[in-house]
Ligand binder design. Sequence first.
Ligand code: ZN
Length: 136
Amino acid sequence: MAETAPRGTRIDHIGIAVSDLDGLFPFYRDVLGLTEIPLDDADGARIAGLAAGESKVELLEAMTPDSPIGKFVAKRGPGIHHVCFAVDDLEGTLARAKAAGIRLIDEVPRLGAEGKRIAFLHPASTAGVLIELSEH
Ligand code: ZN
């Protein structure tokens, strides 16, 4: 029962686009003391996950220049790529975003990593921050 109880919106992970994943990983693990979580590669990116309490940091390195992360780094350089909020009600949150005039990248949820349902909001509507929504 506890798993289905509403938990409230929280930061699930912060996705950081990097150009040298292997070089940067030890900073997060050894200096900041985060714990590695194995994550599958996705969307043409190598992904290294690290636990920061209930939240995660995902380091994203493009495997090809024409992948989403490759294009992002080419245009803007390495940096924060997206923030993911886990919400209790993904459809409801999408409906509220749409009603509030927020531009949606995904009108309906799609399957993301680890089989979770996710949806993205367009950064043009959110002060330049690509926002990912996922279900708990
Ligand atoms: Zn993400």
